[in-house]
Design a protein around this ligand. Structure first.
Ligand SMILES: Cc1cc2nc3c(=O)[nH]c(=O)nc-3n(C[C@H](O)[C@H](O)[C@H](O)COP(=O)(O)OP(=O)(O)OC[C@H]3O[C@@H](n4cnc5c(N)ncnc54)[C@H](O)[C@@H]3O)c2cc1C
Length: 292
């Protein structure tokens, strides 16, 4: 089913994001995780794509498996950086052939250290709005298209206004919904929603939730994508940094409060960055399900 259509029907959407594992063991473990999460009946699940095409075959394989072997609605992430338009069309044709109808259209990160020198392929798409255009031009309405949004602004953007200006271009090109980068302070999200509404953007925007289960790892991710971890939370986590169970407990408690607040304040749904694990997501879901 098309996610854009489903979002019109459901009050709240629940979705899970996975990455395509590198090994057969990893893929089997992911299948286990998906089985454990299936009882939640997520609105959709999504599979990431390595910018530059590093996971091309793996992403396609995992998307196909989920589409063909489960009842779940699946969305394939597709980045454009490093690909020609023809390569992107070929990949999307593979999805169309088997009936997959949902794409998260992304630019992808410029490789580290190449921020100043990176050369975009002349026959490719430089930004996600061009990718959305490419999909619409070649596939019409076959795909429901989602895009990324950044409540704290994209790290390359000079300011939030500019970032929202380009976000609007993705919507005008045909994006039907957006999923946000992780954030830990809901005030960024609420402020962002106000700003996008003023900018005339009215597609559903689903907040992206990253439960903190490994502080070192998430702190690194947060730094890379410009997500602020509130000082008070940092202090709590630093105090127990070498006790993984304590970290997880604090992280889950925090995510539960964050999700409760979002749902009570009208968020369209929750998109969990699962890191291919089910435990934290299940624990959070069980405590907030009465609000969904
Ligand atoms: C929910 C979610 C899922 C993600 N999944 C993946 C994934 O699977 N694989 C992966 O590699 N990465 C993924 N990312 C990360 C994403 O690829 C990076 O954040 C990337 O740097 C930007 O992608 P974008 O699609 O937002 O780009 P864009 O919307 O193109 O924006 C990139 C930057 O360029 C600016 N900009 C946009 N359009 C223009 C324009 N026309 N002219 C000038 N400037 C412009 C924007 O303000 C922004 O600063 C994901 C991010 C999110 C939030």
């Amino acid at each position: 089913m098309k996610i854009g259509e489903i979002l019109k029907q459901v009050k709240h959407s629940i979705s899970f994001e996975f990455f395509p594992p590198k090994t057969k063991e990893g893929e089997d473990a992911l299948c286990e995780t998906i089985k454990e999460l299936e009882y939640i009946k997520p609105t959709f699940v999504s599979i990431t794509y390595g910018a530059g095409g590093s996971t091309r075959e793996r992403t396609i394989r995992v998307v196909k498996r989920i589409h063909q072997e489960t009842d779940l609605t699946v969305m394939a992430h597709q980045t454009c950086i490093g690909h020609t338009k023809k390569e992107i069309i070929d990949i999307l044709n593979e999805y169309k052939k088997i009936g997959v109808q949902n794409i998260l259209a992304l630019r992808g990160d410029i490789p580290q250290g190449q921020e100043e020198t990176f050369v975009f392929p002349p026959d490719g798409c430089r930004y996600a709005n061009e990718l959305v255009e490419l999909i619409r031009e070649n596939f019409g309405d076959w795909f429901s298209i989602g895009v990324a949004a950044y409540p704290e602004g994209h790290p390359e953007s000079p300011n939030l206004e500019r970032d929202i200006y380009y976000f609007k271009k993705k919507v005008e090109a045909g994006a039907e919904f957006a999923i946000t980068q992780m954030f830990f302070d809901n005030r960024f999200f609420y402020d962002f929603l106000e700003r996008v509404e003023k900018a005339g953007i009215n597609i559903p925007i689903i907040p992206g939730i990253m439960p903190i289960t490994n502080f070192k790892q998430i702190r690194k991710f947060a730094l890379m994508c410009g997500a602020t971890i509130p000082e008070e939370l940092v202090k709590k986590l630093e105090a127990v940094e070498d006790k993984p169970e304590e970290v997880e407990k604090i992280g889950i408690e925090y995510a539960v409060k964050q999700c409760e607040d979002l749902l009570k304040n009208g968020a369209k749904g929750l998109h969990f960055y699962t890191l291919n694990k089910s435990k934290a997501t299940i624990q959070i879901y069980e405590r907030i399900k009465h609000l969904i």
